[in-house]
Design a protein around this ligand. Structure first.
Ligand SMILES: C[S@@+](CC[C@H](N)C(=O)[O-])C[C@H]1O[C@@H](n2cnc3c(N)ncnc32)[C@H](O)[C@@H]1O
Length: 341
């Protein structure tokens, strides 16, 4: 059988065929190779065996339909049927994929990298925040190098200014990768509020708990809560200065025609009016959403914000193209501040 160390793609004919009455261990090993694991956004370290998909669904169905009569153990037969069913579900699209936990490694300057574990429940179409998207991974990796107020160089308790912690806010946090990375980088010098819609916040809070050990070690203060951008209208009282934030983060926030206006109105109301305040965004430049990216830029300018630094970079979606290849995505990142008059 082809193994993951071979560079050749795995073909269905390389798998143990049922007419040869393969052992339970061989079948389980093959089913393990067929697992559809999300690519970690194209990282080499997570490169996986390429499986040619032709015939794989029939192969799995034949296992589920077989009585596996040559295998003595009921337990083994159950394990094989369960694994084959799981592999079939994974091939029915991301929405049918079982829940997964993923580990992300994020770099820090002058200190060791840290890892975050994030839980991603099975996706439903209107719950895009249940999965981690490529631009949030790129932004999390870039955070330590951006022109932000300087992060503390050690993990001893320190303060931002006026002897208070820096206040950060993440909009549309999803699974929390960007905000949790920020929290780990800033430690006790910042407090961060990770926000999203009410359907997303329970999983977000769960992910904060999963990383409790790291967050406690760095002294980070992390809160989660609901913040719906559509409700941030000017007829509501503006938040007091003490409730406004020094840094606002958002990754992949634009996918409906309303989003640019809603997002900018939220930023305008929530960003503290100070020359050192920053907005940090990263978003994919997918053709269908380019007008929204342009509208976001225009509205940010109209709201009195200017770009301090920006750039483009390439990431990879964590699903595969037709032939198991990585799918490239161009992403735009930018840091904004209030225009000085
Ligand atoms: C494509 S996901 C990105 C999630 C995460 N930032 C990431 O990149 O992995 C967009 C996020 O925006 C959130 N969102 C959409 N509309 C929103 C609104 N009106 N108010 C607050 N969050 C919203 C979604 O719930 C979702 O978590």
């Amino acid at each position: 059988m082809t193994t993951s160390s071979d560079s050749q793609p795995l073909h269905v004919f390389d798998l143990p065929q049922l007419y040869t009455k393969p052992t339970a261990a061989d079948i389980l090993r093959a089913l393990e190779q067929l697992a559809v694991r999300p690519r970690n956004f194209g990282d080499d370290e997570n490169a996986q065996l390429i499986v040619l998909q032709t015939g794989v669904s029939q192969y799995l169905t034949s296992i589920i339909a077989s009585a596996l009569s040559w295998i003595d153990s009921d337990e083994m037969r159950e394990a094989i049927w369960d694994a084959a069913s799981a592999r079939l579900c994974e091939r029915s699209g991301r929405a049918a994929m079982p829940a997964i936990s993923r580990v992300f490694t994020i770099p820090m300057t002058s200190q060791t990298d840290f890892t975050l574990t994030l839980y991603e429940p099975s996706l439903t179409s209107d719950n895009l925040g249940m999965k981690t998207w490529v631009s949030s991974y790129l932004l999390a990796k870039r955070l330590h190098a951006l022109l932000l107020p300087p992060a503390p160089s050690s993990l001893v308790p320190s303060r931002y200014k006026d002897n208070r912690p820096l206040r950060a806010l993440e909009l549309g946090a999803g699974t929390g990768l960007v905000g949790l990375s920020f929290a780990a980088l800033w430690g006790s010098a910042a407090s961060i509020h990770l926000t999203d819609l009410d359907t997303i916040v329970p999983n977000l809070a769960h992910n904060v708990g999963l990383n409790d050990e790291l967050l406690s070690k760095t002294g980070a203060s992390v809160l989660t809560g609901v913040l719906d951008w559509s409700a941030e209208t000017d007829d509501r009282p503006e938040p007091a200065d003490e409730e406004k934030c020094d840094v606002i983060l958002a990754a992949d926030p634009l996918y409906s025609p309303d989003h640019p206006a809603w997002l900018v109105q939220t930023i305008r109301r929530r960003l503290y009016r100070d020359t050192e305040s920053r907005v940090v965004v990263e978003m994919p430049l997918r053709d269908a959403y380019l007008p929204q990216v342009e509208e976001f830029r225009r509205r940010m300018g109209e709201a009195g914000l200017v770009v301090v630094e920006e750039g483009e970079e390439t990431g990879y979606d964590d699903w595969e193209g037709k032939n198991g290849e990585a799918v490239e995505v161009r992403c735009w990142w930018a840091v904004w501040r209030w225009r000085c008059n």
